[in-house]
Ligand binder design. Structure first.
Ligand code: UTP
Length: 403
């Protein structure tokens, strides 16, 4: 079937509207982009009701801070040994757009220092270097970027000498993109020769990393510690967390903090139909959110902080399962029928995203590992107010970091 008939059969022939105006090179590029469209994902729009709804929810027993303290030495020894044997790699998720922070530069390039420059990337690398020192071994670090920030992220690391990390242990890979559609499912054009696309969500890390082939350069790796760019306090490649997860026999571990405010916007780890699962704050019922444990706490209190351990072998099996795709209503700038740029004031289309939190359920078992909020959770989402540069600075200072 030729491309025109193919697109017609999909109801998407509008993407060729400006084809005749394009150079040969632009035409070729547009055809490549069309060939890369995931039509299965797009077809989810035909029956969105299949994607909603949660199973039966129950609380999950967690490994609490006092329990961890009791066994800290044993866990740390097991974790250090595995790290020294090259069994752990770290994966920094830096493919997001950081819209709330409102900077065009990669989020990790944001300077949070007061009397000296202190970039988010720098603080994360310093946290990781503590482990390198402690274990006497470098942890391979994979940095996931997006098409939009890949070049600037690489340049930023190079310019700053990898913040003291050994360059040979750092690899960058670009996250896959997903096409965006209007509210009736038609593909948008961003330019006359380019489909409108956006990063496919942080659940895309594993398939994108595998496609890059970079993981094969570290064949000893058995575990991935995946973490978000914006929590400047988190311990990365934490030997205690790794040791506890190894000794638990689980295929996954999730760091979390105790939620005290029922309305805090974090996902909650619980059991869904008997399996560990993270429920997003907007998916929890009001009743479950506020359910009291009778001792002043919440029943659903284990808030995840986007710092997970995944067993590589299990991830390979998981590839066969489809990670669920979330259809998210967003504002999508595009070009109109006359070729003019349209920047919508309201949501005008859908993006397709996979979420790392859905991987927890697919892993089948998970160790909920509690950390102390003031020591390990300082997310930077906004410039001011809740989860902001201001609150992160306070917490860094509290932990003795010079700003
Ligand atoms: P957030 O959901 O906080 O998104 O990402 P964000 O892009 O950083 O910020 P906003 O919502 O636009 O303000 C949580 C983590 O997942 C990564 C982010 O970089 C961050 O580390 N992420 C998110 C990706 O790597 N890729 C994505 O497509 C989305």
């Amino acid at each position: 079937m030729d491309i025109v008939s193919f697109l017609k059969s999909k109801g998407q022939e509008q993407v060729l509207r400006f084809y005749g105006e394009l150079s040969a090179e632009e035409q070729k590029s547009l055809l490549t982009q069309i060939a890369q469209v995931d039509w299965d994902t797009l077809s989810l729009l035909d029956h969105p009701e299949d994607l909603s709804g949660k199973g039966r929810i129950a609380p999950i027993p967690i490994l609490s801070v006092p329990e961890i303290e009791k066994d800290r030495a044993r866990y740390a020894a097991a974790g250090r040994k595995a790290i020294a044997e090259g069994k752990l790699a770290a994966v920094l998720l830096a493919g997001g757009q950081g819209t709330r922070l409102g900077s065009d530069a990669p989020k990790g390039a944001f300077d949070i220092g007061l009397t000296r420059p202190l970039y988010i990337f720098q603080q994360l690398i310093e946290n990781l270097l503590c482990v390198v020192k402690d274990c006497g071994a470098y942890v391979p670090l994979f940095v996931m970027t997006s098409e939009k920030n890949d070049a600037s992220t690489r340049a930023f690391f190079a310019e700053h000498g990898y913040f003291g990390y050994k360059e040979e242990y750092v690899r960058f890979f670009v996250q896959d993109m997903a096409a965006c559609v209007d509210l009736s499912g038609k593909l948008f054009l961003e330019e006359k020769g380019r489909l409108a696309r956006s990063p496919n969500g942080n659940g895309g890390w594993y398939s994108s990393l595998m496609r890059s082939g970079l993981a094969e350069e570290f064949p000893a790796v058995e575990w991935f510690n995946v973490f978000a760019v914006d929590n400047v306090l988190q311990r990365i490649a934490d030997p205690v967390f790794l040791g506890a997860t190894l000794m638990s026999g689980c295929d996954c571990g999730a760091k979390g903090v105790r939620k005290t405010d029922p309305d805090e916007k974090v996902g909650v780890l619980c059991l869904e139909n008997g399996l560990p699962s993270v429920i997003e704050y907007y998916e929890m019922t009001e009743e479950n959110k506020r359910l009291s444990d009778g001792a002043g706490g919440l029943v659903y209190s284990f808030g995840v902080i986007l710092n997970y351990l995944f067993r590589a072998e299990k991830l390979r099996e998981m590839e066969k399962h489809h990670i669920p795709v979330h259809i998210v209503k967003k504002r999508v700038p595009h070009i109109g029928e006359g070729g003019e740029l349209v920047v919508p004031a309201t949501e005008n289309g859908y993006k397709f995203e996979t979420l790392i939190l859905d991987m927890v359920r697919l892993m089948g078992s998970c160790l909920p590992f509690e950390v102390i909020r003031e020591r390990e959770f300082a997310p930077i989402k906004n410039r001011t107010g809740i989860d902001s540069v201001e609150t992160a600075r306070e917490l860094l200072a509290f932990n003795g970091v010079k700003l």
